[in-house]
Design a protein around this ligand. Sequence first.
Ligand SMILES: [Cu+2]
Length: 383
Amino acid sequence: MATYPATSPRSYKRHDDGSGVGVKILALFLGLAVGVLVIVSAVLIKIADDARDDEAAVTPPAAHDHASHESSSVSLPLQSFAGVTGENAEELAKAHAATNAALPPVPAGELVKVHMTLKDMVVEIAPGVKYNTWAFDGHGAPGPVVHVRQGQTVEMTLTNGGAIPHSIDFHAARIAPNVAFRDVAPGESFTFRFKATDSGVFMYHCGTKPVLAHIANGMYGAIVVDPATPLPKADKEYVLVASEWYLNGDGVSAPASLDMSKARAMQPDWTTFNGYANQYVTHPLTADPGETVRFYVVAAGPTLDTNFHVVGTLLDRAWVNGDMSQFERNVQTVGVPAGGGAVFDVKIDDEGLYPFVSHAFAHVDLGQVGLLKVGNPPGTMSH
Ligand SMILES: [Cu+2]
């Protein structure tokens, strides 16, 4: 009995009275039945599996469960247009008039009136590379440099000549932003005033949502507020606004617009000083040997910092974070955070070509580099 546990007691009992042959036939029959059952089960499992596969092939993953939907929404790699220029890039770069980096003078009087008329326009951001910007003052990014003295009042009028609402946010202002930095509808103008109570070099930008898009489309600039007690004398003063561009096309065959996915992913195609890649490599900023050169640097972003460094010298004075009340001496590289500014003096005695860069070198590769040409050195920069 113990040797036939699979046999039902009733069946076993029925054949228990018969010969051993009956028991063997029964065992053979049961063995065959078990084998058939195993085969039938395997076939059924296979059919069920195939059915699931077929369903998956025609049904969106979201229909199955949320987790599989999440994993299926991961984007493909973002296409980069880094380094893609028009043909004859060198000639195009030479033909492009570099943005005047010289700090404009402080207007006289206690009230400084600034009027910017926003325009939607195509600008060149690298040789042969066109981009659809929202330009604060009708000439592309960055907007004009505003230069005042501590204690003066700025009266800012923004006229919106574009297609959607815009605004202007001054980091130099202590003012209720919901009032002063409000959206200005297309075709309208808005004026507000603030007193420049704090010295420094500050960013201004459009603060209309999504701010990432408005800054990435070129809506930024610098305001320099001289301290009431002047800084040490400088012979040359240059303003550099660092920023990055995110393109949805190469900009060569047709003007590119913003690729918001790349802006979110912080994957720029170009990074620039004053809006155009490498423009001061082709058209260097200049100084005479022994002159003190002052750089006002703003990192407009929209997202990335700038690590300011001048190759071949040290920053003799560095007003870190634009705090004009104190400076650091003889430093190599100073980080300028996105949305921040800083001031740097260099005094170079030896004639030569001195690159100024963001020492985060991907930025150099993408165009955030220029040359300070001291004196009239022969030749060009070889590296
Ligand atoms: Cu805007």
